[in-house]
Design a protein around this ligand. Structure first.
Ligand SMILES: [Zn+2]
Length: 127
């Protein structure tokens, strides 16, 4: 399976991995805007780092903002280059781990939120 993380921060099952990885501390914010947040989480047990990208679009009509998140494990080199070049460009984020398994969370308007596996990073629309 994955060579990333430990059972405290990652899992082969998407919803378990989501619960685990979102419970580990955020180490650093690379971008912290109201509808666009990019942060790095770090596992206290195994020191694995994860890049998290959250995008929201504002739904002025109903006040229910669609939210999309991606969490992807990153290596030390990627972490160093991301934190040295803040704030990262969209193209830089989307160049992280193409083909690497990432965890996605989507809460489209009018639907139930879901977690599922994807690959790489896709920075969605955001306000
Ligand atoms: Zn871990």
């Amino acid at each position: 399976m994955s060579q990333f993380g430990c059972d405290k921060c990652w899992s082969s099952e998407a919803s378990n991995a989501w619960k685990a990885v979102t419970s580990i501390p955020i180490e650093e914010y690379l971008i912290d805007e109201s509808h666009y947040i990019v942060s790095i989480r770090s596992c206290p047990s195994c020191s694995q780092r994860y890049l998290q990208v959250t995008t929201e679009t504002v739904d002025w009509k109903d006040g229910e903002d669609p939210i999309f998140r991606t969490i992807i494990p990153i290596d030390d080199e990627e972490q160093a280059s991301l934190t040295a070049n803040k704030p990262p460009k969209t193209s830089v984020l989307e160049a992280i781990g193409p083909g690497r398994r990432s965890l996605k969370y989507g809460w489209p308007k009018g639907e139930e939120p879901s977690t599922y596996w994807g690959t790489g990073v896709y920075v969605g629309l955001h306000d």
